[in-house]
Write a protein that binds this ligand. Structure first.
Ligand code: NAD
Length: 353
């Protein structure tokens, strides 16, 4: 029998090719008149298009978004928003730009509209991160959730195929762990299963042709669903391992997720039947861990952690760090099987329960 708590998030989602063109209307719907557009320097051209669509409702472009949201950038952006009299901010970009929008929302009452251009899913979560003195502090606060999100697949066409693939697999990891979360619920499970299915199909299409609009649409739809799962339920062993490996050994975030996920799922496979069934069904395979391992191969993702810069001599330390302050996990996290998991993930071997 089900037993759960489900809290909805108050955000408006407009999905569709060309939805960016609705920006002026969406700013007005929020009751705002002057929107500051946020972006990275690399995406300034896209942000300028949004600015011109806004016409007199644009307060200009701030192109200072950076990875991991340095506090100085957040302060500069807040000051800039004040100086141009902005009453709303539009974040055009991936997790870094949306993160800057969240940092502004945390300290002001400015409503944020997000126009995501990657599959990271930050726009659907109350999680924020700000880096100060070299340390990234993260927290949760409902007020950082963008009020409106415009998902326009056409804006993702320029995301390089390799980046698209790892970004999508990273999103799949959120949904997969959401399926056995302690605070999971049936609605999130529906979203997670559909998110995995859409992203797996869409990523195959994007690998064939990065300009395939239908495939891009499927990926972005999956990213929305996976972002919802990340924003609503807790993560477990897989995320702890990836944070450990990323934080301690500076491994690339999305690739690490893609490589570790089949192994983390294998670890939990004996205690999470429903999750495994749903993932396998989403991928049309018999075994969830094997299915994801094979999907990685098909999409050309590096097989093992050794291929992305981890030394074998680091594995004992990685295991130690992962065992310290572990996240909740459906199966107890124990040294011996965890060390074996890391060994297999490092070698690029098939996952084993
Ligand atoms: P990103 O935002 O850092 O973007 C990477 C680069 O790709 C940037 O130069 C960006 O301008 C460019 N880019 C993005 N979309 C593009 C497009 N369509 N075409 C061409 N170039 C494009 O990458 P990301 O993976 O989306 O975000 C990573 C950050 O987001 C990390 O700091 C991560 O911690 C954070 N994140 C936060 C949450 C959350 O819930 N708070 C969730 C996921 C990720």
């Amino acid at each position: 029998m089900y037993e759960f708590t489900y809290t909805t998030q108050a955000s408006r989602v407009v999905f569709g090719a060309g939805s960016m063109n609705l920006i002026q209307q969406e700013v007005a719907t929020l009751g705002a008149r002057r929107a500051l557009i946020l972006c990275t320097p690399e995406q300034k051209a896209q942000a300028e298009v949004v600015s011109s669509l806004l016409g007199p409702s644009s307060a200009g472009v701030f192109d200072g978004a950076q990875m991991h949201v340095p506090i100085e950038n957040a302060r500069r952006a807040r000051e800039h928003a004040k100086s141009v009299g902005a009453d709303c901010a539009v974040a055009v970009g991936g997790g870094s730009t949306i993160g800057l929008g969240k940092a502004i929302a945390l300290e002001s009452s400015l409503p944020i509209i997000a126009i995501p251009t990657t599959y990271a899913g930050s726009e659907m979560t109350p999680i924020y991160g700000i880096t100060e003195g070299g340390l990234k502090k993260t927290g949760r606060d409902a007020k950082v959730i963008p009020k409106t999100v415009l998902y326009d697949p056409e804006l993702t066409i320029g995301l390089p195929v390799r980046l698209s693939i790892v970004s999508g697999l990273n999103a799949i990891a959120h949904a997969a762990e959401g399926l056995y979360a302690k605070d999971g619920n049936p609605v999130m499970s529906l979203m997670a299963e559909e998110g995995i299915r859409s992203l797996a199909n869409g990523l195959r299409g994007v690998k064939e042709n990065g300009k395939d609009k239908a495939a891009r649409g499927e990926c972005l739809y999956g990213a929305w669903l996976c972002g919802m799962v990340l924003g609503n339920v807790g993560m477990a062993l897989h995320h702890k391992l990836c944070h450990t490996l990323g934080g301690t050994f500076n491994l690339p975030h999305a690739e690490t997720h893609a490589i570790v996920l089949p192994h983390a799922l294998a670890y939990n496979s004996t205690v999470a039947d429903d999750a495994m069934e749903r993932i396998a069904r989403a991928l049309s395979v018999k075994s969830a861990p094997d299915g994801l391992y094979e999907l990685n191969e098909e999409l050309g993702v590096p097989r093992g952690l050794r291929e992305i810069g981890l030394n074998e001599s680091d594995l004992d330390r990685a295991c130690e760090v992962a065992l310290a302050n572990p996240y909740w996990n459906p199966r107890p996290i124990e040294q011996k099987p965890l060390r074996a998991l890391l060994q297999r993930a490092w070698e690029g071997a098939r996952p084993a329960a």
